[in-house]
Each structure stands twice: as C-alpha cells, then as structure tokens.
Design a protein around this ligand. Structure first.
Ligand SMILES: [Zn+2]
Length: 257
C-alpha cells in the first residue's frame, strides 16, 4: 500500500512539474476589456452586460454576462482582410502566423519629440546593428512609449471626441518601413503600442494596405512593451476566431528569454 501511495505521489509530482509554467517569464501584453477600454473613435466600445450575478435560490453562486463591441477595441488584431480584399479573414489566419520571435524597436525619443512620428527603415537598421539581422518569421513591434498615455483618450489619440478621426495624433509605421519588412525581411506579423499601425494623420492607411496585401496580421494597442527586451522573446498572439472577421480581440503575451 505504501509503495502504491509513493508511486502515485511521484507520478503526480512528475505531472505537476511537466505542466508548471514560470509566471515570472511571462509578460501579458493585453489591456483588460471593459467599458472604458479605448477604442477607435468610430467603433463600438466594449460592453459587458449582466445576465446573472448572485446566490441562486438553490444556494450556489452563479454569474454570467453578455458582451459586445467592435472587433477593433483595446488590444486587438487587424486581419489582412481589414484592408485587403480576398486576403485572410480572422479565422483563416494559421495559428503559427501569430507566434514568433519578438523584435521590439524602440523609437521613444523620436515619438516624444514628434507625435506624428513614423517608424523609418533607419530605425530597423539601427536595431539590426545592435541586435543582429531580424530573424525570419519575426514579430516586429514598435515601442513608441505611447502606453504611458493609455486611459487618457485625449493624449493617447490626440483627440477625445467620439467619431473624430480628423484630429488624431500618434505614431505609426511609414510606408517605406512596411515595404522593407516585407521585401527585404520576412516578418510574420507586426504591431504597435499606439491605436493604429498607420500614424494618426494618415488618410490612406497605407501600412494597413501593404501588410494586408501580404497577409501579415497587425496588432494594435499592444501593452507592456516596457517590460520586453529588444530581442530574445517569443511572442504568442491568439485572436478570437471570428468567422469572416476583419479583426478580433487579442490575447497577446511574451515568453522572456
Ligand atoms: Zn484595428
């Protein structure tokens, strides 16, 4: 009997070890979804409506809610189909497309000096001089420092007027940088800690168009980039599998080296 208990105990321990995850190595890069979560000025906010909440007459606790909102609220993915007809909708993106080595490109100083900053090819080359060539399948994330404005709609977007898309001011990717990442390098996905991969003043959303046509998913309002080293992380991004969707709420996290 003792032997059996010992055997069972060791098996249980083994199992526990096999499934253990070091939380200190994980960085959550998703903002919580709530009514106040920032969203594109023309998009529906996230809503959580109570259906049940409380102790039932039978004596147990029960809670459940309905949620609604735009695909493009808070931390989310833009599917290629968002700006490119015939390209992948949210559900068509292969799982492996949104998992890869992270490359965090720090443009904080330039963005601080210029709200309309657009990531340049030279920023990518500067990163490469320090950290080596971008690996194939990289997930390239622009770190503008905009996360410090999160929650303050006026400072984060440049305008706090519902529906106002003419006075937006925040950094994004330049057309040249987008083309470089596709033609000269092989990125799997790209992202930014700002509301959009195109800078706020953009009228043609050219970076969206370029990445969309190349079937490259885009992550927006990415959180916690201040906690990631420039290289050595693995990024995991899991969009909600919306059939025919142009995007989706995103759970994105990094595993630290
Ligand atoms: Zn979007």
């Amino acid at each position: 009997m003792k032997k059996l208990i010992f055997l069972l105990l060791s098996l249980w321990l083994l199992e526990a070890r096999a499934y253990s995850v070091d939380e200190k190595k994980l960085v959550d890069m998703t903002y919580p979804f709530a009514e106040e979560t920032l969203h594109w000025p023309t998009a529906q906010p996230f809503k959580l409506e109570k259906v049940n909440e409380g102790v039932t007459p039978q004596g147990y606790w029960y809670s459940s809610y309905n949620y609604s909102g735009s695909e493009h609220v808070g931390t989310h993915m833009d599917a290629p189909f968002h700006f490119a007809q015939g390209k992948w909708t949210t559900d068509q993106i292969p799982l492996g497309q949104t998992i890869g080595p992270g490359a965090i490109i720090d443009v904080r100083r330039k963005a601080e000096a210029n709200r309309d900053y657009q990531l340049q090819v030279v920023d990518i080359r500067t990163w490469e001089r320090r950290h080596g060539r971008l690996p194939d399948g990289a997930i390239v994330l622009m770190y503008s420092g905009w996360g410090k404005f999160w929650g303050d709609r006026k400072r984060y977007f440049g305008s706090d007027q519902e529906g106002d898309v003419t006075n937006l001011r925040f950094p994004g990717f330049s057309k040249d940088a987008a083309a470089f990442l596709l033609k000269e390098r092989k990125v799997k996905a790209v992202g930014t800690d700002t509301p959009s991969i195109d800078y706020g003043r953009s009228r043609d959303f050219i970076a969206h168009q370029i990445f969309g046509r190349a079937n490259v998913p885009i992550f927006e309002n990415v959180a916690s980039l201040d906690r990631l080293p420039p290289k050595g992380t693995t990024i995991f991004a899991a969009p909600m599998k919306i059939k025919g969707g142009s995007g989706a709420p995103l759970r994105i996290f990094a595993v630290l080296p």
